[in-house]
Design a protein. Structure first.
Lengths: 532, 335
């Protein structure tokens, strides 16, 4: 930015000389002001500017569903009920400890003492109870999740009892996930949800300094219960275009960014003064296969589709190594990850299976594959490569680009194409939120939902078996048995060709060299853990 | 009396019909297009019963025509509803961001008009420069807004580093909101720092948006000017001994401007549309960005609110252009 100042000085200096002494005086004053402005935008170690890829429209933490990284500004302002470590394990947070009641249908939550909100008031059980109650009230985005809580009682200044309508093993992971933030009851009630979304008060490491369209400025909360953050001021600056975000860090007007294109990432990583970090995150790219078509109802065709995909080549050539091949829906670090299971690339086997189903290269099986274009890194290119690999064994796929909204509509109404590319996020690491909701016939998010809604024929004949295999993931009370069942189910759905897991996504971060920060596998950007 | 009261009434009624037509068509199109907003609103773990309840809450279970009537009824009480995605009041969301978009569009309009008119006149009278300007303007027309935006951001922000890549104002500067237009508000409050900062930030996005319109104005004006300069009254003016500058910029330009004004009127609406992509590239916090997200998430109420604003702007701008005609050429009458 000093370039602007220097250029302005030359232009205004020359003009001032030509205008005489009064003119020079005016021009000098203006130049000084411009230089002050340009100097003000230079990097300050006490401030960190993040070129942010998502729109921040409201800071009401409950109101809208979002992907994991986009909740980072809220994670800076609010505390979650529980925290989560880098191994995806839930740890004490605002809730210091928790204890299941008999039959696991009640849960006693002990609230940590000594936590202050940004307005100086103390966080108590009343705030925790109020937050649960608000989250479970429609139309808040995840009200459906929290509905399993049938009663919330404040049993003491720092004790809350939740009564559940049924045992739900995902309730603890959810307390460290998505919207599970604690808000101050008195502020929320005074402002209402809309105003609170503009002037939020939390108990997190940063408080809001200013919030206007496109810009969120935060300042350190010195009384934060875990200790004050190393960086004094943090700015989330909306820059939605990936190329512009790359320019932001390259020009030095932002200190940090993420989700840039692979080519920009590689170039910027080699730029002096910058560094790049590639972090595998809890997003798994999969191919969803509905079985309401005769072609995909045939197990030989489904398995042939899987055997024909050279995932290593996709990761190496399309994603330039920024991805990790997976063989189930559960990535490394997830509780139901199965390290000793793999599904090989075997085009010969694929051809044999297709032959058994009556297809060949000269008589290919014809299908349509739906994909996104630009929603996920190189999504379209990945599917183009897969289509080319399929062609080699006798699967002729027509590629159709759809939007995220269309994908959901098709999934819910039984109008999916033969195959859908999708990236499934699960920062909880719990199998309910990956294997469970993507494969369980009773989930409103699985491919089975459309089949049920539209009363279509299940040509695989596997729906009931899938239900039985996956049921324990949702209902088994013994955690060890539940995870063992989930591991079995994770392998089973792949062996039956109901899903084709492709790769674990990698999030690309670019930052100034002096910033010390290890990105989180959940995909959050947490300024509290940054220093310079 | 170039504009009669009957004309005003007729024009008002046409505007009402245009408004209802535009809003109804957009209302239907976005709801008929595949894409389920409720599925995009909820996370895993919800029940189908809850999804149905949510659908009822947003009246998505009602017939399309009933939904539109509800929307119109709410509009009479100035209630544009709540955003599906953000839950916030749609009118507030739009009003917060509209000044940023309008400031960008007006800045583009000013740049395009001034440069387009100036180069158009020059091209009409200086034949050597004409060839050069025609070639340059061809590039201006051929390259779309978003590509200009990328070229400018890479060249001036990343390589030369003489302009900011994104945002409206340098960090740390605050302008009290009066009109929401940073350039105007900084002048009103006498804040030179903020004014120069806002100017520095608006140049690249405004210029990338203006280039297409500028070349269109230049080419239209050039051909019209060549015609006008060959008319008898210009010869008469020359015989009267008026200076060439007066003849060009006062006598000839006034008559040649009519088609340009039409272009400005039409292009204003296109600039609004084009600003969606330019705002995204330059991180400009206007309603274009908001519309982009709203369409992505099928946020019907927000989409509808923004399209309504666009429709109103288009109607008002076209009406103003009509009035402008009568001032530039009093022979034009609207009855």
């Amino acid at each position: 930015m000093l370039g602007v100042g220097a250029a302005s000085a030359v232009i205004f200096g020359t003009a001032g000389y030509l205008l005489g002494s009064r003119g020079r005086e005016i021009i000098e004053r203006t130049v000084t002001q411009i230089l002050t402005v340009t100097q003000a935008t230079e990097a300050k170690p006490s401030r960190l500017v993040i070129a942010w890829p998502f729109e921040i429209v409201t800071l009401n933490p409950y109101r809208y569903s979002r992907n994991i990284p986009s909740e980072s500004p809220m994670a800076a302002i609010f505390d979650r009920f529980l925290s989560q470590d880098r191994d995806l394990i839930q740890r004490p947070g605002v809730i210091e400890s928790w204890e299941w009641g008999p039959e696991k249908t009640s849960l006693d939550l002990r609230v940590r003492q000594g936590i202050k909100f940004h307005d100086g008031t103390t966080l108590t059980a009343e705030d925790v109870a109020f937050s649960f109650q608000t989250m479970k009230t429609p139309p808040n985005a995840y009200a459906g999740v929290w509905r399993v809580i049938s009663d919330i009682e404040v049993k003491g200044p720092y004790l809350v009892r939740l009564t559940l309508s049924r045992y739900d093993p995902s309730i603890i992971p959810w307390m460290a996930f998505l919207d599970a933030f604690v808000v101050p009851k008195h502020v929320w009630e005074r402002l209402g949800p809309d105003e609170f979304g503009k002037k939020p008060v939390g108990s997190g490491p940063y408080k809001v300094k200013s919030f206007k369209p496109g810009l969120l400025e935060l300042e350190r909360f010195d009384d934060y219960w875990r200790g004050p953050a190393p960086i004094k001021e943090v700015v989330f600056k909306e820059v939605l275009d990936p190329r512009s975000r790359a320019v932001e860090v390259e020009a030095g007007t932002s200190d940090y960014t993420l989700e840039v294109d692979i080519d920009d990432f590689e170039r910027l990583s080699k730029t002096p003064g910058l560094k790049g970090v590639a972090q595998p995150v809890t997003d798994v790219a999969i191919l969803m296969i509905p079985t309401y078509y005769p072609e995909t109802g045939n197990i030989n065709v489904r398995l042939a589709m899987h055997y024909a995909i050279d995932k290593e080549a996709i990761v190496k050539r399309i994603l330039k190594g920024y991805g990790r091949v997976v063989h189930t829906t559960e990535a490394p670090g997830y509780r139901a990850y199965v390290p000793d299971f793999s599904f090989p690339y075997d085009p010969k086997k694929a051809s044999e299976l297709l032959a058994a189903a009556g297809y060949s290269k000269t008589n290919p099986v014809r299908i349509t594959a739906a994909t996104f274009k630009g929603n996920f890194p190189r999504d379209y290119e990945v599917m183009q490569a897969i289509v080319a690999m399929w062609r080699e064994v006798g699967i002729e796929a027509e590629l159709e680009v759809i939007t995220l909204a269309q994908h959901f509509e098709m999934r819910n109404t039984g109008k999916m194409k033969h195959v859908h590319f999708y990236v499934w996020s699960n920062a909880t690491g719990d199998p309910i939120n990956s294997l469970g909701h993507s494969q369980w016939p009773d989930s409103p998010f699985s491919t089975w939902r459309g089949l049920r809604e539209a009363k279509l024929t299940d040509y695989s004949g596997l729906m009931e078996e899938a239900r039985q295999v996956i049921n324990p993931v949702f209902f088994e009370k013994d955690e060890e048995k539940r995870i063992a069942a989930a591991k079995y189910a994770a392998k089973w759905v792949v062996e039956k060709g109901l899903v084709i897991p492709l790769y674990q996504a990698v999030q690309l971060h670019v930052m100034k060299s002096d910033i010390k920060y290890d990105p989180w596998p959940q995909g959050w950007v947490l300024p509290y853990y940054m220093s310079r | 009396m170039p504009i009669t009261s009957y004309y005003l009434f007729k024009r008002f009624m046409q505007s009402v019909i245009a408004f209802l037509g535009a809003t109804f068509i957009s209302f239907v199109i976005f709801r008929v297009l595949p894409g389920d907003p409720v599925s995009l609103m909820v996370g895993p773990g919800v029940t189908e019963q809850y999804i149905a309840e949510l659908r009822a809450y947003y009246r998505l279970d009602q017939p399309l025509i009933s939904q539109y009537i509800y929307w119109l009824t709410d509009l009479f009480t100035l209630n544009l509803g709540k955003s599906f995605r953000y839950g916030a009041d749609v009118a507030t969301l739009i009003l917060e961001r509209l000044p940023a978009t309008l400031e960008l569009v007006f800045a583009s309009l000013i740049i395009a008009s001034l440069l387009g008119i100036f180069t158009g006149v020059v091209a009409a009278v200086k034949r050597r420069i004409d060839t050069f300007l025609q070639t340059v303007s061809l590039a201006g027309l051929a390259i779309p807004h978003f590509l200009w935006a990328l070229i400018l951001v890479v060249l001036f922000a990343a390589i030369l580093r003489i302009a900011p890549a994104s945002g409206r104002l340098d960090l740390g500067l605050v302008i009290p909101r009066i009109t929401g237009f940073y350039l105007i508000d900084s002048i009103i409050t006498g804040n030179a720092e903020a004014f120069f900062s806002a100017l520095k930030h608006i140049i690249l996005p405004a210029f990338s948006l203006a280039i297409g319109m500028m070349t269109l104005i230049q080419r239209t004006l050039r051909s019209r000017m060549i015609d006008v300069l060959n008319e008898d009254y210009i010869l008469t003016e020359r015989m009267k001994g008026h200076s060439e500058t007066y003849i060009l910029f006062v006598r000839a330009l006034k008559n040649a401007l009519m088609p340009v004004i039409t272009i400005i009127g039409i292009q204003f609406v296109f600039l609004l549309g084009g600003s969606t992509v330019v705002e995204k590239i330059f991180g400009w916090p206007g309603i274009g960005n908001l519309l982009f997200t709203a369409v992505q998430y099928r946020d019907y109420t927000l989409i509808q609110g923004i399209i309504m604003v666009y429709a109103i702007i288009a109607i008002v701008v076209n009406f103003l252009i009509d009035i402008l005609y009568t001032y530039i050429n009093p022979r034009v009458e609207f009855k």
